[in-house]
Design a protein around this ligand. Structure first.
Ligand code: MN
Length: 706
């Protein structure tokens, strides 16, 4: 374990102005906080944060990051509180420590498939407001992997290795930390594929023995001498390819190990870019190049910013891979962003900023222009996932949602049925409303009820397509259900007039005559008034309407069963379509040439219309034999399932036949229906309106007289 003064000296070696006192206090605080805790290795637990800090000194990180590394497990694993850390080490370090603590949430999260793994990686990036948080987390994982073999449970070792392979190694690659990536992959590979690892290591040993044992050193020396002879000062390092990269090549190309080309590779570091190309020329003159293996990542860097010249040549009978690069490219290849950051201050004569992912590029540009890179990094948010939010299920599954998502979105993202039945949510253990916006890292538990159904009001606050679509679909289904129920009532009422039992065959025949597919189609047609009751009766029993007791038809204003006194016998008349007079209303008649008498309610708006072609007014009265009339009412109901059914139930209960129903206006909260109903008289209608007004589902009811 690194001693206190060793760690401080390491930091001071690359940053003489580092806050020595901060490092010392962090060291002592963490030592005391972890107390007698032990690692699986039997070492004091405290050795872990100190080693993590040590790893980060290799990246030459600032004192705040090193202090964060020393403190990174104190909140999670000891009695230390965030308040204590803030008080003792200031808000900056406290925020970094808090960031690292939050990232530990994903440990144990599910990574069964690639999508889950990608979600977790995005989550880590989204949570790492400050890139230093991610660097500490990766160093933490690296040290845990180095000590993985001490963990006794094979299942646990495998889980951690899997997570490392799926989440942390790709993340290290994404931010350009290739040294970390290589080591994480190597350690995870060893755990996940022990046989494959052993086989490859043994083959490499055999190869080494066959090559005389010092093949790498001999070839390295040869390349160095060759370049020196051409006046190029080169640092040549040879290495065997890592077992994991050989394994991947074997898998990708389905080839046997014996046939695997170039298992040794050499890195040639020369002073500048022009020396790179000169060295390449010299090497190609001396050894035959393998066709198709030359790649120029200097003029065309990889998307992650990687730059180098790659070639493969035949050295005696061995294929060797050679990468040629400048010292700056070499550091970038090893440490990525961190390399750029660490060396920038040192007045290194390196070239332009490395090409990188666009978001990294942005970050690096900001660093370039800033007086103090630390300041920029501290205030730079990783903006890439700001339009998304990541939340966990109680089982630890990570759900990715659009920013602004609420528990309803979350529920639908998990499962449609969960969304349909959600009534509330607990976020991080606290009950919240369904419209509460979720924050990154929230743990969300959905409370559900079998009696619940999607609420049209949800549409005003859900943000995900899935939730919105589900709510709309449900509302449409509900409307259909209500229309079916209304249509069924109209059917029963109409066919009931025939007063004879109907066979299924008779109904099928009627459906055929009406050109309708099934009973539901008939109910919908009746509810929508595309099939009227006369048409229905004629379809069921042709000729039947002639034998039935004549009924008034409200809309057409036929004279049947209406008696009006005050008219000259034989004069044609019709009840007006505008005010729908019913017995009990005071009525007047207007004579119109060639069209008989129009009967209006005395307070009809049309009568007051000065532009109306007002003819002669006749004072009329309802006769004793009048059977009733058709009134029009306008009802505003709450936009919720069951409202229409509640309204029609009341009408049915009061014996009022619905002859027409229109949805005339709808918004989020309310639906407005205009209904024509057959009533006995004004008293009957007044009762019905009173009953409707007393219904919870109904907001207002008015009679329409114009
Ligand atoms: Mn740790």
């Amino acid at each position: 374990m690194l001693r206190q003064y060793e760690l401080v000296d390491r930091v001071l070696a690359y940053d003489p102005s580092a806050d020595e006192d901060l490092l010392n206090r962090a060291y002592v605080f963490s030592l005391q906080a972890h107390g007698s805790q032990l690692r699986a290795s039997g070492d004091p637990y405290f050795s872990h944060p100190v080693e993590v800090a040590g790893i980060l000194t290799d990246l030459k990180l600032d004192a705040e990051t090193i202090a964060t590394a020393i403190l990174h497990d104190t909140i999670e694993d000891t009695v230390a509180t965030p308040e204590q850390v803030t008080r003792l080490f200031g808000p900056k370090v406290a925020r970094l420590v808090d960031g690292v603590t939050k990232l530990s949430k994903i440990e144990g999260a599910q990574t069964e498939n690639e999508r889950a793994a990608e979600n977790l990686r995005k989550f880590l990036l989204a949570m790492s407001d400050d890139i230093r948080v991610l660097l500490v987390k990766l160093a933490d994982r690296l040290h845990n992997m180095r000590t993985l073999h001490f963990i006794k449970s094979p299942d646990k070792r495998r889980r951690i290795a899997r997570e490392t392979m799926d989440i942390y190694a790709p993340l290290a690659e994404r931010i350009g930390l290739y040294g970390f990536m290589d080591e994480l992959q190597a350690l995870a590979f060893q755990q996940l594929e022990p046989e494959g690892y052993d086989t490859i290591v043994k083959r490499l040993e055999a190869l080494r023995a066959a090559g005389g044992g010092d093949m790498v050193a001999r070839i390295s020396g040869g390349i160095r001498d060759l370049l020196a002879g051409a006046g190029i000062d080169a640092d040549v390092r040879g290495r065997e390819k890592r077992p994991y990269s050989i394994w991947r090549k074997l898998q990708a190309h389905r080839i046997a190990f014996e046939n695997l080309p170039d298992v040794i590779a050499f890195r040639v570091v020369v002073p500048n870019v022009s020396a790179c190309y000169r060295a390449l020329g010299v090497i190609h003159q001396r050894w035959q190049a393998v066709p198709g293996r030359f790649k120029d990542f200097v003029s065309t860097p990889k998307r992650n910013g990687y730059r180098s010249l790659h070639t493969t040549v035949m050295h005696d009978k061995t294929r060797i891979e050679i990468q040629i690069r400048t010292p700056e490219m070499d550091r970038e290849a090893e440490f990525g962003l961190a390399a750029h950051w660490a060396y920038k201050e040192g007045g290194d004569a390196a070239g332009p900023a490395p090409r990188a992912y666009p978001w990294l590029k942005e970050l690096l540009d900001a660093v370039d222009q800033a007086a103090s890179p630390e300041e920029v990094l501290e205030h730079t948010r990783l903006a890439m996932f700001q339009d998304q939010v990541f939340a966990f299920t109680p089982k630890g599954e990570l759900i990715q949602l659009p920013a602004g998502a609420c528990p309803v979105d979350f529920a639908y993202a998990v499962h449609t049925e969960l969304g349909d039945t959600c009534v509330g949510a607990k976020v991080n253990g606290r009950v919240v409303t369904l419209r509460t916006p979720l924050a990154n890292g929230d743990q969300v538990e959905i409370l559900r009820s079998k009696a619940q159904h999607p609420d049209p009001a949800w549409e005003s606050f859900v943000v995900s397509v899935k939730a919105r679509t589900a709510v709309r679909r449900f509302v449409r289904q509900q409307e259909r259900a209500q229309l079916l129920s209304l249509g069924r009532k109209l059917y029963d009422e109409t066919v009931g007039r025939l007063k004879l039992p109907l066979s299924e065959d008779a109904v099928d025949t009627a459906l055929g005559r009406l050109k309708l597919a099934d009973r539901n189609a008939l109910y919908l047609a009746l509810a929508r008034q595309t099939v009227g009751d006369t048409a229905l009766l004629e379809a069921v029993l042709p000729g039947s309407t002639a034998n039935l007791k004549p009924r008034r038809r409200g809309r057409s204003g036929t004279k049947n069963a209406i008696s009006i006194t005050g008219l000259t016998p034989g004069v044609a008349y019709a009840l007006a379509d505008c005010c729908h007079p019913i017995p009990g209303d005071r009525i007047v008649g207007i004579g119109r040439a060639g069209r008989g008498i129009e009967v209006h309610s005395i307070d009809c708006a049309r009568l007051a219309d000065p532009d109306g072609d007002a003819g002669e007014w006749l004072d009329l009265h309802w006769g004793d034999e009048t059977g009733g009339g058709t009134a029009r009412v306008s009802a505003v109901v709450h936009n919720q399932p069951g409202s229409l059914a509640a309204m029609t139930a009341i009408l049915a209960h009061h014996g009022a036949n619905i002859v027409n129903l229109n949805l005339t206006d709808r918004d989020r909260a309310f639906h407005t229906y205009v209904v024509d109903i057959e009533v006995d008289d004004l008293a009957h209608l007044t009762n019905i309106i009173a009953a409707l007004r007393a219904t919870k589902a109904v907001v207002t009811v008015e009679r329409v007289k114009a």
